[in-house]
Design a protein around this ligand. Sequence first.
Ligand SMILES: [Ca+2]
Length: 484
Amino acid sequence: MNEVGIGVSRMVRSAQDFQRLREVGTDLDDVSRGVSGLPRESGLTRRSSHRSETTSEGVSVRVKVLSLTLMLVAGATALAPPIAQAADVPGPGVHHYVALGDSFTAGPFIPGWASVDCARSNNNYPTTLAVKLGLYYENDRFTDVSCSAADTTSMEGDFTTVLGTNRGPQLDAIRPDTDLVTLGIGGNDETFFGTFVDTCADLQNDDLTGSPCQQANTVNGVDQLAMILPRTKARVARVIQAIKERAPGARIVVVGYLRVLPADLTPCVDVPLSPGDIEWFDGLERQLNGVLSSAASENGVTFVDTYGPGLGHDACAGDDAWAQGVYTDVFEAGAWHPLKAGMDAVAQLVYDKLNGIDLAAGHLVTASSTESGYAPSKALDRDPYTRWASYYWRDNEWLKVDLGSKRTIRRLELNWEYAYARGYRIEVSTDGSTWRTVWSTINADGGHDTVRFVPTAARYVRLVGAKRGTRYGISLYDLEVYNS
Ligand SMILES: [Ca+2]
């Protein structure tokens, strides 16, 4: 598709998105891709004052949220046709991404509702991952069917949501051309998590120093929750095989469960459990992640550990927390569930697993010009919603990264804002003064570009926008450099 066609299709898409915001829908179809900009509008500080309100007040607030959300839900309508890739610009690494999972994937009460009956946020990790992969704003490239309360049986069978609506098998979202599937499932099997959520905090006063919940779930010396896990493993293994049957070429990533409980076993206001119960259920969560990891490796697919990196980010960690504690905050997260910060972290962990180590992240970056508020560092901050923009509306503006030392590099990942460069080149240097072009194009079409070139040693990498794709300057959400 030529440049003009691309520009028009993008404008139409924006107009349709805007129209959707004005529509009032009554059905509960997903709009996980539909409402442009919503993932960025968390709009509320992470620690609001609602966390300690009573249940009855919480319910009334929740009703308001659901009503407001219904106003934003509209049926998915046809979008503009897919954008063709320019011949000399390598296509994005992923063509169609499907997210499967339960509430740890869906993200209940994280601001930005995508589905009411599934309590799914469009600030969950699949959405942020889709944005980072350049899929979210494209047509038919990202499908998130994760649903709160789902378990392994919801993957191949019908599922009744917490609101009583019916959802078909999640695996129905997989297409023959699906090439990336994330799977976060298993915690709800046989009410594993539900037993903890529903009973443990209430039992704390029975034994403030012991493990009353563990005792309540131990029969004749046998831990009733631990004995679920081997069966969970077998069912997750079956799900992995079913995904393979439907999409033989897909990369399958099993995503583990975020750490919730504090490693030092010390209770806090948000985790009102006896120390022994913290130790007990934290151990069970590790066992759950262990069986997911084993199921993944034994079936030849990838596992992403989110529990380990969550050290120091448990529900007692205050502003560093990735998970909510015992209180549901209807403007932040459901009880014992990931916060937006946790979802962002999981998205990055999965992204890193897919891509390798970004050699540019956090390094010094400069530009030929900068529009106020859009600093060069915004292109290297790993946040797909922040960007660098050149100030001058002219060609040959550039962005330069100092990798800190000479490295072997062979690939760049670029996420362009609307103001993309139609023609650009990648230059490298070992001393910052003598530059060599390793790759160039005159026919790019914006969006996400994967740029591969012959492996080369360089300390400095410079992107030069030889020709703008729009009447604006040039602007990048992300620029990443890899040696793989
Ligand atoms: Ca950014």
